[in-house]
Design a protein around this ligand. Structure first.
Ligand SMILES: Cc1cc2nc3c(=O)[nH]c(=O)nc-3n(C[C@H](O)[C@H](O)[C@H](O)COP(=O)(O)O)c2cc1C
Length: 197
């Protein structure tokens, strides 16, 4: 299935970050390919990542009414065939903002359980890693994050999923040249290009 409607969800406190640049690059690439893109910048949209008592799932009621923002943000997923999540790796995981998005929006009766509508959609994760590929791989973090994400998506009945890592964003462990960032941006574009094959 070729991507027609792509929903980009991303988290970074700064719109001048490299993460934001990656998002813009992917958005441009998608537009060039004629893909309709919607963009959810979790920080700029003032998303509240804290799961409050009134939004806890009621395990006996898949039709529970959650806060308005949860239904609105989930509708954007339902309207898309492909969801791309872009984030900097913080403590070998998602930033709290994105984890909170999973906690609150991917909830019972919407993303899983009775009424779930994710089956058949494509999910891509794009993780920006400060460290090098060799360092991240040596300690098993790449496998760990891949297993975590793929198994989580399988739990949600999604089979077409993958995570890509954009390495060495900080150049602390290994010297990098300006062209390194161009290569990472090209890698990000390639993730969008591959959605059409
Ligand atoms: C709170 C925090 C935790 C981080 N944890 C990791 C980590 O676990 N592994 C890693 O390689 N880099 C880590 N980093 C570095 C980020 O991955 C890096 O800053 C990001 O990829 C750079 O993208 P940006 O310029 O858009 O922020 C961390 C950074 C912050 C601020």
């Amino acid at each position: 299935m070729k991507t027609e409607k792509l929903h980009l969800v991303w988290a970074h406190p700064r719109t001048d970050s490299f993460t934001a640049q990656v998002v813009r690059e992917m958005q441009d690439q998608a537009a060039q390919q004629g893909i309709t893109v919607s963009n959810l910048d979790l920080y700029s949209s003032n998303f509240d990542p804290v799961l409050a008592a009134h939004d806890e799932p009621d395990w006996n009621n898949p039709k529970k009414q959650y806060s308005e923002d949860i239904h609105r943000l989930y509708a954007a997923i339902e309207e898309s065939d492909t969801i791309v999540m872009v984030f900097p790796v913080w403590w070998f995981s998602f930033p709290a903002m994105m984890k909170g998005y999973l906690d609150r929006v991917w909830t019972n009766g919407l993303a899983y359980g009775e009424g779930s509508s994710l089956k058949g959609k494509k999910f891509r994760y794009v993780a920006l890693v400060g460290g090098t590929e060799s360092g991240f791989g040596k300690y098993g973090w790449e496998n760990h994050m891949r297993d975590y994400v793929v198994r989580m998506m399988n739990y949600l009945t999604v089979e077409d999923t993958r995570i890509d890592f954009l390495y060495n964003t900080l150049g602390m462990e290994e010297e990098i040249s300006a062209s390194h960032y161009q290569q990472l941006l090209a890698q990000a574009r390639g993730i969008v290009t591959a959605l059409q094959s």
